[in-house]
Design a protein around this ligand. Structure first.
Ligand code: SF4
Ligand code: SF4
Length: 274
């Protein structure tokens, strides 16, 4: 098995548990914020000199204090930045041991090294074979969407319930109808308010698999809720700085699937035409 994990997977990266999406700002502002952090961090004389690190953290926390949050209780860590500042493509932890060579460098952060290195979100914990990031990598154009989908336990559980077993997960992208249905569900989920504030800490213990088998009506009711967009989805659509959700391939058959969640789910399950 490769060293790639859900958190850093080839060209993709997840930033959810570091709190970035707790900020109620546009995708463009998120990108600009990461650029600011990265350059400020890289200008430090010594990146592991304690006074510099403390000053950096305090300075960034103060600079970002005025940004609106989805949840006041969820911390937004300023040590998240771009790992390769000249490419500005992939975010990650700037004080991770692989970046600094220091195993305890994350102790300068709010959570500390043991939590930062020990935390696995529920999806990562469940998907030991790392199939889910492989599936998402093929449909996401940027880390902004990959990140919000890869740790989304509701979406993951719903898809697995429909597929009925994990073995079929890697097949999602192989069949055109199945792929289109999958893309549509991802696109819808990205419009949902919970997805827009993704931290990976959301609680959802619903056993979707059991529901799907035993109570399909209730399953559809919950699925409808997970895939329903809310007011902040509308606000995000108005953001013209970056194409909304920029990441999902346009091949998603939006207008057709949009009205028919049950059919989309059937297409995903069966993988053939309506
Ligand atoms: S939310 Fe999960 S996948 Fe994302 S960075 Fe955290 S542990 Fe990794
Ligand atoms: S210090 Fe911890 S919370 Fe902060 S960016 Fe690094 S891993 Fe994320």
């Amino acid at each position: 098995m490769s060293d790639e994990t859900h958190c850093q997977y080839h060209g993709q990266a997840c930033v959810s548990c570091c709190g970035l999406f707790n900020l109620k700002v546009s995708p463009l502002q998120l990108r600009l914020l990461l650029i600011q952090r990265t350059w400020q961090f890289r200008r430090l004389q010594s990146r592991l000199h304690p006074p510099d690190m403390v000053a950096y953290r305090q300075n960034r926390e103060a600079a970002e204090a005025g940004l609106e949050r989805h949840d006041a209780e969820v911390y937004v860590c300023p040590f998240l930045g771009y790992l390769h500042p000249f490419q500005k493509k992939k975010p990650g932890c700037m004080v991770h041991p692989l970046q600094t060579g220091q195993p305890q460098g994350q102790n300068f952060s709010f959570y500390g090294a043991s939590i930062c290195q020990g935390y696995d979100c529920p999806v990562k914990d469940h998907d030991q074979k790392r199939v889910w990031p492989l599936v998402l990598e093929q449909v996401c154009r940027s880390w902004l969407t990959y990140s919000r989908l890869v740790c989304d336990r509701s979406l993951y559980a719903l898809i697995l319930a429909v597929l009925e077993d994990e073995v079929r997960l890697p097949l999602l992208n192989r069949n055109p109808q199945r792929r289109a249905a999958f893309l549509e569900l991802c696109r819808r989920r990205l419009q949902n308010n919970d997805s827009q504030a993704m931290t990976s800490f959301q609680l959802d213990h619903t056993d979707y698999k059991q529901l799907y088998r035993k109570n399909p009506d209730r399953f559809m009711e919950l699925a409808d809720r997970v895939f329903a967009g809310g007011p902040s989805a509308v606000a995000d659509q108005a953001d013209r700085g970056v194409p909304v959700y920029e990441a999902l391939l346009v091949e998603s058959q939006t207008s057709f699937f949009n009205k028919h969640l049950a059919q989309v789910i059937d297409a995903l399950r069966l993988g053939f035409r309506f």
